[in-house]
Design a protein around this ligand. Structure first.
Ligand SMILES: C[S@@+](CC[C@H](N)C(=O)[O-])C[C@H]1O[C@@H](n2cnc3c(N)ncnc32)[C@H](O)[C@@H]1O
Length: 292
């Protein structure tokens, strides 16, 4: 029985909603098994100007999303956010602390915080500390940031007995991979997506390794993974690779084609089995609609 389940390839569905994720009427209550996302920077490019007037407005939006995520997640399940504090005009905005508070106030239990460390070579691209080389005096110090956080929340208690034996076995974590790649620590060293990659151009995409670890550690095959801020569709792609279903929300309509391609529903269909389905819903309403 177990071997049979292992050998069968699971047919998965992937749903992309082009619209604002502060409302998710397309997703039923308690229907999602895991949420993985990286919200936008609150001072993100000009085309979001009307979305995030200022930091307080950004936090209000995060609160609405947290509420919707809580509604759609099944009891016992995990919400993981890749997020980091931001330095704007010499002032650091404590996004990690504020997001943690917001998720706690929404009803989630704060379960863990993992630090993602990028390779030091990354600094060549984004050097802040260089100021002190030009002005080698006190008060010019701004260290280069190599770190981001992954904060992990849980909705209630997980019933370990609710998973069928076959699915449990086929979703087993490879303990060699777990140990060799040091998943056991609160420090994850992962290479970031380098600027210049074609599909992720102008999108602050996270590396596939990030949703890969979270999906493997916190969901079973055939379950559904949600990314409310889909971007280029990294979470959805990895969910498909790992035989999970996915639901993504993305407010920028222009990303629809990129997401489809990244998931393998464009020209690169050969990457995956073809019976998987891909549905795109484009919201018509103005209030929670999309921006082009
Ligand atoms: C940091 S990017 C996500 C990148 C993604 N993790 C990836 O690997 O490509 C955040 C995305 O959220 C989208 N976004 C911002 N506000 C949104 C909203 N209210 N609803 C849905 N998507 C939103 C942005 O357009 C952007 O593509």
């Amino acid at each position: 029985m177990i071997n049979q389940v292992e050998q069968e390839t699971i047919k998965t569905f992937h749903k992309l909603i082009i619209g604002d994720c502060t409302k998710m009427p397309e997703v039923e209550d308690s229907s999602v098994h895991l949420m993985v996302t990286s919200p936008p920077y609150f001072n993100a490019p000009f085309d979001y100007k009307n979305l995030y007037n200022d930091y307080q407005h950004y936090l209000e939006i995060l609160r609405k999303v947290a509420k919707e995520v809580y509604r759609v997640l099944k009891e016992g399940r995990i919400a993981a956010l890749n997020i980091d504090d931001m330095l704007v005009d010499g002032e650091k905005f404590p996004i990690v602390a504020d997001a943690t508070k917001i998720f706690q106030e929404t009803g989630f239990r704060y379960r863990d915080r993992i630090i993602w460390k990028k390779p030091e070579g990354y600094l060549r691209i984004s050097k802040r500390s260089g100021v002190i080389l030009q002005h080698p005096y006190p008060m010019y110090y701004y260290p280069d940031n190599l770190l981001e956080s992954i904060i992990i929340f849980q909705k209630g208690k997980f019933d370990y007995k609710s998973i069928a034996r076959g699915i449990k076995e086929s979703s087993k974590i490879n303990t060699r991979e777990f140990q060799n790649n040091k998943w056991y620590m609160t420090l994850w060293e992962m290479t970031n997506v380098l600027p210049g990659s074609v599909l992720e151009k102008d999108i602050a995409a996270f590396p596939e390794e990030l949703p890969y670890r979270i999906i493997k550690l916190f969901s079973y095959k055939g379950e559904t993974v949600l990314d409310p801020f889909a971007g280029s569709g990294t979470t959805m792609k990895v969910a498909r690779l790992l035989e999970r279903n996915s639901i993504g929300f993305e407010i920028k309509k222009s990303l629809e084609t990129i997401i489809g391609e990244k998931l393998g529903f464009g020209d690169q269909k050969t990457m995956f089995q073809t019976e998987d389905s891909f549905e795109v819903i484009i919201r018509k309403e103005r209030e929670y609609g999309y921006i082009s």
